[in-house]
Design a protein around this ligand. Structure first.
Ligand code: ADP
Ligand code: MG
Length: 212
């Protein structure tokens, strides 16, 4: 895509909401093993609220407004820890593209990386602590590396998706050190972190939206 407009971003939120809704039960089941079984519900509520809010915006709204509207509605809709984490991600994405009427591929990659950084700053999780950070940070790095090496946005987000999948898979071998699963300690071993699993769903939908 040569130019990513606000309409493209609204379509992206529609895609994410649909993808998360389709995976809601699986995400709740994963959270049922090491958490409180609400992750699919939280993510579905958050992204359907974000989608509803951004589709109701004036079509002339700029990309920053789309992201910040998504952030606020996500935060209001979600009581679980994923609420402030994704709200911060979208606020940061919006701040990264402030003043732009439309995004270039480079802007989108920067916004994507800002999302991961925002989640890390908000949750203070490091790699290896069995959280969504274990999917988001490798994904952001992979996108940045592929783009810097001359890849286009589609290739960069494909690399991000591959890295997110590997990262989510790797959480099975990690002992939870953040969030609700922390209290399980060693008993969290062998199970995928639900937030890392949902990150893969979000990133896959973002890749699809940005390469259409
Ligand atoms: P809650 O734990 O409040 O029920 P959710 O079920 O919506 O919230 O989300 C759980 C997911 O949130 C975890 O699987 C993990 O990936 C993520 N998470 C929890 N705490 C943190 C944190 N401090 N930093 C990053 N991610 C976190
Ligand atoms: Mg939960």
């Amino acid at each position: 895509m040569t130019e990513i407009t606000s309409a493209c971003l609204v379509a992206m939120f529609e895609k994410i909401a649909k993808a998360i809704e389709a995976e809601k039960d699986r995400l709740c089941a994963l959270d049922g093993v090491i958490g409180d079984a609400d992750h699919g519900i939280a993510m579905a509520l958050g992204f359907s609220a974000a989608r509803d809010a951004v589709t109701a915006l004036d079509p002339a709204a700029d990309p920053t407004t789309v992201f910040s509207t998504a952030a606020k509605s996500f935060l209001n809709a979600v009581g679980a820890s994923s609420g402030p984490l994704y709200a911060t991600a979208f606020m940061r994405a919006g701040a990264t593209v402030k003043g732009k009427r439309a995004l270039t591929d480079a802007d989108f990659v920067a916004a994507f990386q800002a999302m991961a950084k925002g989640i890390q700053d908000r949750g203070k999780a490091e790699r290896g602590e069995k959280t969504m950070i274990d999917a988001w940070l490798p994904a952001a790095d992979a996108a940045g590396e592929r783009f810097a090496a001359g890849g286009d946005l589609g290739a960069s987000l494909a690399a991000a998706l591959e890295a997110a999948r590997a990262g989510a898979d790797a959480t099975k071998k990690m002992v939870a050190a953040k969030g609700r699963a922390e209290r399980l300690g060693e008993r969290s071993l062998g199970h995928m972190d639900p937030g890392a699993a949902s990150a893969v769903v979000v990133i896959e939908a973002m890749r699809e939206a940005a390469t259409n």
